[in-house]
Design a protein around this ligand. Structure first.
Ligand code: GAL
Length: 353
């Protein structure tokens, strides 16, 4: 089928790929590799519980997307995470490791009921996959004062791992030849957000292996060095970090399931924080629902002048695969304040001023 060439973004509407089907890459992220953009996300095209895995699309102009297939198949995951056992991948993100030359995918590995709540890690030699699933685990084991989340068995397994994002910095602080990367995720039963630095391969956290454990977990001793707790007891979700002029930003949502709510953004001088909340990034958003969306990614277009694209999902749980996307211009002014404004239709040129 010959599809129409798209020349603009139309937030909140169906968005057809090169096959003429609505793009299914929810809770997604964009990787720019060489001249191509790759969009990875939840393939919800078969519904919530028949998760197909992580879909991948490619584009050179950000408007027209070619379906590249399922980059990580749910059926290639461990038995307990397969579709037939109600396994689900949420909010997958892919980054490129310049040292190992591997594409590394992190995801929220889940099963219906949201008790599994673990990080999943997969790698590939190619941006479009196939990705090989390595393992699932939880990065932190921390005896927080306010009690453990029993639903996710935090005390024994480590603190829960839900809505997540991977951020790659443009600095190599420890001189290991690769830029630092961090995982941001909702933990402690969504009550508190964790940020953890990754190792040089980006395949787990930045702590050495021990005799006891091949995959070490952060504890209280590592707090403030390798990881941090942010937005403590504030119940923030959908972490969406990015950087602008040496400041670290993160947009988060409140915690209301598929229903949209008011976003907040926060800023810090270092990736681990502490983050200071500056308020709602949306301007003119009368019903205070982040223009009926939940954040998932911020894509730099012209970093120098503070021009980015805000990317969110407008979840439609009755037909999850048809959930539209909300891509909007995100601008940062000279005082470091973010503004996201609604547009029915817009083009990249509108940003590149
Ligand atoms: C949201 C979360 C989504 C999904 C949903 C399920 O709060 O951000 O990624 O997990 O809950 O209800």
């Amino acid at each position: 089928m010959k599809t129409v060439q798209l020349e603009s973004f139309k937030p909140g509407q169906l968005w057809l790929d090169d096959r003429g089907e609505h793009i299914s890459a929810h809770g997604g992220g964009i990787l720019q590799y060489k001249e191509t953009y790759y969009w990875y996300g939840e393939d919800n095209s078969s519904g919530y519980l028949n998760n197909v895995g992580v879909s991948c699309y490619s584009s050179s102009d950000l408007y027209n997307w070619k379906y590249e297939g399922v980059a990580l198949k749910q059926e290639d995951m461990p038995e307990e995470l397969q579709g037939k056992n109600n396994g689900r991948v949420e909010r997958p993100k892919v980054i490129f490791n310049s040292k190992t030359k591997k594409f590394v995918m992190w995801m929220h590995a889940e099963r219906s009921g949201y008790a599994f709540s673990s990080a999943g890690v997969a790698i590939s030699d190619n941006p479009t996959g196939p990705f090989e699933f390595l393992f699932y685990d939880r990065p932190v084991l921390f005896e927080q004062e306010e009690g453990f989340d029993e639903h996710t068995n935090e005390k024994e397994l480590g603190n829960s791992f839900r809505d997540m994002h991977i951020f790659v910095d443009d600095v190599d602080s420890n001189g290991d030849g690769v830029n630092d990367a961090y995982v941001f995720y909702s933990s402690e039963g969504n009550w508190t957000m964790y940020i953890v630095r990754l190792n040089a391969e980006y395949t787990w956290i930045d702590l050495p292996e021990t005799d006891k454990r091949v995959r070490p977990q952060c504890t209280k001793e590592d707090l403030g060095k390798v990881w941090s707790r942010q937005f403590i007891r504030k119940m923030r979700e959908a972490p969406t970090p990015f950087k602008y002029k040496d400041k670290y930003y993160v947009i988060t949502s409140a915690c209301t399931g598929w229903k949209p709510n008011q976003a907040e953004y926060a800023v810090a001088d270092t990736p681990l924080g502490d983050y200071i909340v500056l308020g709602d990034p949306c301007v003119g958003d009368v019903d205070k629902t982040t223009f009926q969306s939940q954040s998932t990614f911020v894509l730099p277009i012209n970093e120098e002048s503070g021009k980015f694209i805000y990317i969110g999902d407008r979840w439609t749980p009755d037909e999850l695969g048809k959930s539209p996307y909300v891509w909007l211009p995100l601008e940062i002014d000279e005082n470091g304040n973010i503004e996201i404004k609604w547009q029915d239709e817009w083009k990249l040129e509108d940003l590149k001023v």
